[in-house]
Design a protein around this ligand. Structure first.
Ligand SMILES: Cc1cc2nc3c(=O)[nH]c(=O)nc-3n(C[C@H](O)[C@H](O)[C@H](O)COP(=O)(O)OP(=O)(O)OC[C@H]3O[C@@H](n4cnc5c(N)ncnc54)[C@H](O)[C@@H]3O)c2cc1C
Length: 284
C-alpha cells in the first residue's frame, strides 16, 4: 500500500530536528533507516503528518572511542557496526548480535539507534544493550539527558523517548577481553528471534569471574538473567556448572505466547539457549 500523505523535513543538526518535532507535536515521526517505520506507514498502521528524516545529521553517524566507553551514533548502520574495529575489541557482543539481524540489505539501511528506539521485543540488539549496561543519550527541547538501558525500555515498542525527543547516541562501557556470544533461535534463516540469549563473560584462570546475560523476547522488554549470572560467578567453566546455572534462565520471565510457541516452550528455549550461549562464549 502507499502511505498516507505526510510533510517531510531533513534537518542537518540535532537541534533543528528537535525543533521540527516540537513544532509538529505528537503527529510527527523520526525516520532513520526506515526498515521498521516504512512497513508501518505502508500498511497504514500509522499516518504521521510529519516525517523528520535524521539521515543527514552527521553527528549521528559512526562509532568513537571516548576513553572508558565507546559512543555509537544513533544513525550508525548495522553494517558499519559489524565492521567497526573498536566494537569488535571492546563490545564484541554487539557485533555478534548484529551479525544475526535480518539480511545484508536490511543491515545496510537499518540503524543501531533505530532498533533501540523501535524497541521491538524480538529485536536482537536490545538484550545486548541491556546486558552491557549501555546508556542512551537523548536530545529534546530542554537539552540532553542520559537514560540507562534498564530504564529506557518500558513496554512493547515503548521507550522513555518522548514524541519530541531524538536518540542521539548510545554509550557502551568497554568490555575489553571479555568473551561473547549471541545465540538466536528462529525457524528460518534471517527471521526475527523467537528467543535469543546474549552472553558476555570474563574468565580468570579456569573460573568465570563475571557474567552478563540478556534475554531477547522473554517479555515485553529485554530481561537480564541475573540468577544465571550469579550462579556462574567463581565457578570453573565445566559443562555441569554451565548446565546447572542455565537452569535458572527462565526465572522471573513472562514471555508472550504466540504462534511460534507458548510460555513453557519459550522458557525451555531460554534454558537450553543460555547453556549453549555460555559454552559458545567460553570456547569461541
Ligand atoms: C525484513 C526485515 C527483517 C528484519 N529482521 C530483524 C531481525 O532479525 N532482528 C532485528 O533486530 N531487527 C530486524 N529488523 C529490523 C531492523 O533491524 C531495523 O533496522 C530496525 O528495527 C529499525 O531501524 P531503522 O534504522 O530502520 O529505523 P526506522 O524504521 O527508521 O525507525 C524505527 C522506529 O524508531 C524511531 N526512531 C528511529 N531512529 C530514531 C532516533 N534516532 N530517535 C528517536 N526515534 C527514532 C522511528 O520513529 C520509528 O518509530 C528487520 C527488518 C526487516 C525489514
Amino acid at each position: 500500500m502507499i502511505p498516507a500523505a505526510f510533510d517531510y523535513v531533513a534537518p542537518s543538526t540535532v537541534e533543528e530536528a528537535v525543533r521540527a518535532l516540537a513544532e509538529a507535536g505528537e503527529d510527527a515521526k523520526v525516520l532513520a533507516g526506515g526498515q521498521s517505520l516504512l512497513p508501518v506507514l505502508r500498511m497504514r498502521l500509522a499516518a504521521p503528518a510529519m516525517i523528520v528524516d535524521v539521515g543527514r545529521i552527521a553527528e549521528l553517524r559512526g562509532v568513537r572511542d571516548a576513553g572508558d566507553h565507546l559512543v555509537i551514533g544513533a544513525m550508525t548502520t548495522h553494517y558499519d557496526l559489524q565492521r567497526d574495529q573498536s566494537i569488535a575489541e571492546h563490545a564484541a557482543l554487539l557485533a555478534k548480535a548484529t551479525d544475526t539481524v535480518a539480511d545484508p540489505q536490511v543491515r545496510h539501511r537499518g540503524t543501531f539507534g533505530g532498533s533501540i528506539a523501535h524497541a521491538d521485543p524480538a529485536g536482537d540488539l536490545l538484550a545486548p544493550a541491556l546486558a552491557l549496561d549501555t546508556e542512551m543519550v537523548i536530545a529534546g527541547p530542554g537539552g540532553r539527558r542520559t537514560v540507562p538501558a534498564a530504564e529506557f525500555f518500558q513496554d512493547f515498542f515503548t521507550t522513555s523517548l518522548a514524541p519530541d525527543e531524538i536518540l542521539v547516541e548510545v554509550r557502551v562501557p568497554k568490555f575489553t577481553g571479555w568473551r561473547a556470544h549471541y545465540e538466536k533461535f528462529n525457524r528460518v534463516a534471517q527471521a526475527w528471534s523467537i528467543v535469543a540469549v546474549a552472553v558476555a563473560v570474563r574468565v580468570e584462570g579456569e573460573a568465570i569471574a563475571e557474567a552478563r546475560i540478556g534475554l531477547t523476547n522473554m517479555g515485553a522488554v529485554p530481561v537480564r538473567a541475573t540468577a544465571v549470572e550469579q550462579a556462574l560467578l567463581g565457578q570453573p567453566a565445566t559443562p555441569e556448572n554451565i548446565r546447572a546455572a542455565a537452569a535458572h534462565a527462565a526465572e522471573g520471565t513472562s514471555p508472550t505466547p504466540d504462534a511460534n510457541g507458548d510460555v513453557e516452550y519459550r522458557q525451555e528455549l531460554a534454558r537450553v539457549l543460555t547453556g549453549r550461549a555460555v559454552s559458545a562464549a567460553l570456547t569461541g
